[in-house]
Design a protein. Structure first.
Length: 109
């Protein structure tokens, strides 16, 4: 009887830990926006440049024979300021490994 109770508690805890894709992306978004803002302020040489979220999606890892991956958020973020603008693609691996730019600077306009 006690083992069934423990098993039930474990199952409930596992289900409670599951987050929807939107919740996962919500957790990553602030760091992605900050990463794009920092990069944009430097590239545009504009300390007042501001980020704008253009799109976001949660992608699944590529399944391989040797290596497994983690899902990641892919954010497309526009940064504008000082009469200029640019776009970045920011990747954020699930699990708190930190966000990084995909170096997709499309050019300063």
């Amino acid at each position: 009887m006690q083992s069934k109770s423990i098993l039930s508690l474990v199952a409930i805890a596992a289900l409670a830990g599951c987050a929807s894709p939107a919740q996962v992306l919500d957790g990553m978004e602030p760091q992605a926006l900050e990463m794009a803002a920092q990069r944009g302020r430097f590239d545009l040489q504009c300390p007042s440049a501001q980020p704008t979220l253009l799109s976001r999606e949660l992608t699944q890892p590529v399944e391989g024979i040797r290596f497994g991956g983690v899902p990641r958020g892919v954010f497309t973020i526009g940064v504008s300021g000082c009469g200029q603008r640019t776009t970045y693609q920011i990747f954020c691996p699930e699990g708190g490994y930190g966000c990084f730019s995909a170096d997709t600077l499309e050019g300063v306009r």
